[in-house]
Design a binder for this molecule. Structure first.
Ligand code: ADP
Ligand code: ZN
Ligand code: ZN
Length: 754
């Protein structure tokens, strides 16, 4: 007789998710019970009925079947926060292919015992006369630190500790010593951590600027009003705000959030981690004060959990953060805003490989909220849907008066070479840089590439230095050492080609360090700041570099793509893009889109202040449509050309694509499984476009071999069916004891190449 068994989660808390209990699914419930279903099961002493959630269903009993209990019933009317998580996780499991447990771990806040945060301050204990006397005493003894602290305490009475040890540069020893003399006491008060640490910067001039509420221009007002009116009328279509760089999208978000709060609703604002700077936070904080919180990777697990608790209790109305802030447990959610929606960081790199845009739409539909997307360079996906009437489109086409878009010119580097200019700067860019240095204005140089140099190859025989564990070339770093960017493998540089012995084995020198040296050579007086993955290893260094550039401590900011993300530097009047086409030469159907986005965003950094901006795009491929349309700042022109190509080749968004990655430490086993899956797909219907299996473009990472199959179809639902069929096949293989060490991952509409 056929039987079904269910693995059930009884306790929905993060650390107990891995503990499941097996039950028999009685035949009368077969139709109703699936992964994610809320059921009632006898549990513990006396077999009291408890709620549980189905993690997975199988046909194998893990114990003697006669010892297993039966599921009593299905709980039909479940709607608590926990149930919402389960429903969402079940949807993610189905949509993206992962276990329910992995999906639950993604959506549930990690519970962790947290030490309550102590907020310390100092209070003066002496009366005015005694304090003055002590102060004179300290001054006479030249105890300057003590004197400084006393002076401030006499003025203020009480001061927060971070101010004393920070701004006033007074050591805790000095505080202790005065405490010992009975002059002051240290108070401490515990509270929830509020990661928006704004108080230390209260006098910040920028804060004053943000405090003045802006009068929205016509386009901004129309967008905010339209979105709120639709919400009021019960319409919940996703909205796309396509606003050129600097058009004031953030002001529109603030207006929408204010409208939501007035209606008793809450807001989640997703911002790419890299753009989530102090400056950005400040704009939300001055508007909504303590009702705002932030979630980002610099927070500890405990701090993150605190923020979720505050959200659950309704202590905050606005949560700002990267992708994972999507799962903030608000109970009155009104809007999810996704800023810079085209960013690839909105797609998860680990299972389940969910996209924030689609997941936000799912969450919004579950909670009667609306999704608002914003970008200067919308993803093809979002714009395609706007064009097809699935999304509502709002356009912001103007910057503030006097801050118009910069003028852009393109320079053909092949022509420069023909004219005998071997420098990395074209004559035009060099001239404009000199002008800026003379006038004391700032410039940005953008290089679309990481590290000191690219791969190291032999000029005699063509041999390329590769990582022995991963199938990728090694990058040359400062000091000549060679590094693998996949696994971190490092080795010293080589003097002779291991293959032919030639000494002409060299790095392809076009990294940021190389360019920094070139800038120093050509402009010896310029003050240069460099920002790339190597100069921003530590938590705060990224923000430090941005701040010192914003404060005018350098003339030129040189960096990789991290400098183009939504920063506002009013004194920048020149942006130079050094080798615009580098990002075109990657083996990925999105290369054109990514190049257009990078160039447009980089160009948008110029001319945000009182002086107009100029942009120079240097390229070996000036006729490429991504470069031509970026130079003209013509999104629509780019979109039309790009979508034609996607339609012709059936790439997303014109069709959907499922990448199936099979990996194994044993090459033949991985290949055999990939071939079996490929055969299964070819049998399952002629409507599928199957590509592969073939070795992935990075065929080996950390000694694990990788094989790819791509499946394309117009209908995304059909691809979910395909995934389910592959999952069923793998499960059966497991049950038959045929599975080895292979793993299989799914990626729907992948944003990366494998
Ligand atoms: P985006 O997010 O579209 O790049 P921002 O919202 O950062 O643009 O706005 C760019 C600049 O213009 C900011 O300095 C902002 O304060 C300013 N700004 C935006 N809207 C207005 C407005 N209606 N009135 C005055 N200044 C504005
Ligand atoms: Zn060689
Ligand atoms: Zn490696």
């Amino acid at each position: 007789m056929e039987r079904k068994y269910a693995d059930i989660i009884i306790d929905i808390s993060h650390e107990k998710l891995d503990k499941t209990f097996q039950y028999v699914v009685p035949e009368r419930l077969w139709e109703k019970v699936e992964a994610g279903t809320c059921v009632l099961v006898p549990f513990g002493k006396g077999n009291r009925l408890r709620k549980g959630y189905v993690a997975s269903i199988g046909r194998q009993a893990a114990y003697a079947p006669e010892k297993l209990k039966e599921i009593a019933d299905v709980e039909e009317n479940a709607i608590s926060a926990e149930e919402r998580y389960i429903a969402l996780a079940a949807w993610m499991k189905e949509q993206y292919g992962s276990t329910l447990i992995a999906a639950l771990k993604t959506v549930l806040p990690i519970k962790q015992k947290v030490k309550k945060l102590e907020r310390k301050s100092c209070r003066l204990l002496l009366d005015a006369g005694a304090a003055e006397e002590l102060l004179r005493n300290c001054e006479a003894k030249r105890q300057t630190a003590k004197a400084r602290l006393l002076k401030e305490l006499i003025r203020a009475g009480e001061l927060p500790m971070p101010l004393i040890t920070g701004k006033l540069h007074i050591s805790s020893q000095t505080v202790k010593s005065l405490e010992g003399q009975g002059a002051l006491e240290v108070l401490s008060e515990s509270s929830y951590r509020n990661p928006v640490r704004i108080t230390d910067h209260a006098e910040d001039a920028r804060m004053e600027a943000y405090k003045r509420k802006k009068r929205l221009n016509g386009e901004q007002q129309a967008a905010a009003d339209g979105i709120l009116a639709d919400f009021e009328a019960g319409r919940r279509d996703t909205c796309l705000i396509h606003g050129i760089t600097g058009s004031g999208k953030t002001e529109v978000y603030l207006e929408i959030i204010e409208g939501m709060i007035k209606r008793g609703r809450q807001a989640i604002v997703l911002i790419p981690e890299i753009a989530l700077t102090y400056q950005t936070l400040l704009r939300f904080y001055v508007r909504f004060g303590d009702r705002v919180s932030v979630m980002n990777s610099t927070l500890s697990q405990g701090e993150k959990y605190d923020q979720c608790e505050r959200a659950k209790k309704g202590e905050i109305d606005v949560m700002i953060g990267p992708r994972s802030a999507l799962f903030t447990p608000f109970s009155r959610l009104g809007v999810i805003i996704i800023d810079e929606e085209h960013e690839s960081t909105y797609k998860s790199e680990s299972m389940p490989k969910y996209h924030a845009r689609e997941t936000a739409e799912k969450i919004a539909s579950m909670q009667d909220a609306v999704v608002v997307l914003g970008s200067a360079t919308p993803s093809l996906e979002a714009y395609y849907r706007a064009k097809n009437g699935k999304y509502k489109l709002y356009e912001l086409k103007q910057r503030q008066p006097g801050k118009e878009l910069p003028s852009v010119s393109t320079v053909d580097l092949r022509e420069e070479l023909r004219q005998g200019n071997r420098s990395i700067f074209s004559r035009k860019l060099k001239g404009l840089l000199e002008e800026r240095l003379e006038k004391g204005e700032q410039s940005i140089l953008f290089l679309n590439r990481r590290g000191y140099a690219g791969f190291v190859s032999c000029r005699s025989c063509g041999y390329v230095m590769k990582c022995p564990h991963c199938d990728v070339s090694l990058s040359e770093h400062a000091g000549g050492k060679l590094v693998c960017h996949y696994c971190g493998y490092t080795r010293p540089g080589v003097e002779k080609c291991p293959e032919c012995g030639s000494k002409y084995i060299l790095g392809f020198r076009a990294g940021t360090q190389q360019i920094e040296e070139a800038v120093h050579r050509e402009f010896p007086k310029a003050r240069v700041l460099r920002m790339d993955a190597d100069s921003t290893r530590t938590k705060d260094s990224y923000e430090e570099i941005l701040n010192s550039f914003a404060n005018g401590e350098a003339d030129i900011l040189l960096g990789t793509q991290m400098i183009v993300k939504g920063h506002d530097f009013p004194d920048v009047t020149l942006v130079g893009i050094l080798a615009a086409d580098l990002s075109l030469h990657v083996n990925d159907y999105r290369a054109g889109e990514r190049t257009f986005q990078l160039l447009t965003q980089a160009a948008g950094r110029a001319g945000r202040g009182k002086n107009p901006g100029e942009v120079v795009i240097q390229t070996y491929d000036p006729g490429h449509y991504s470069i031509v349309h970026a130079a003209n700042q013509d999104y629509l022109g780019f979109y039309e050309e790009e979508i034609m190509y996607r339609e012709m080749l059936l790439y997303p968004p014109a069709a959907h694509m499922l990448a199936i990655l099979t990996a194994s430490p044993v090459e033949e086993e991985g290949m055999r499984l990939a071939e079996k899956i490929g055969g299964l797909l070819k049998e399952s219907g002629g409507d599928l476009h199957v590509i592969g299996p073939a070795a992935a473009s990075v065929g080996k990472i950390q000694d694990i071999y990788r094989f790819m199959i791509y499946v394309k179809h117009k209908d995304g639902g059909r691809l979910v069916e395909v995934k389910n069929a592959v999952e069923a096949f793998l499960e059966k293989r497991q049950e038959m004891g045929e599975a080895g060490k292979e793993t299989v991952q799914f990626d729907f509409d992948p944003l990366r190449s494998y």
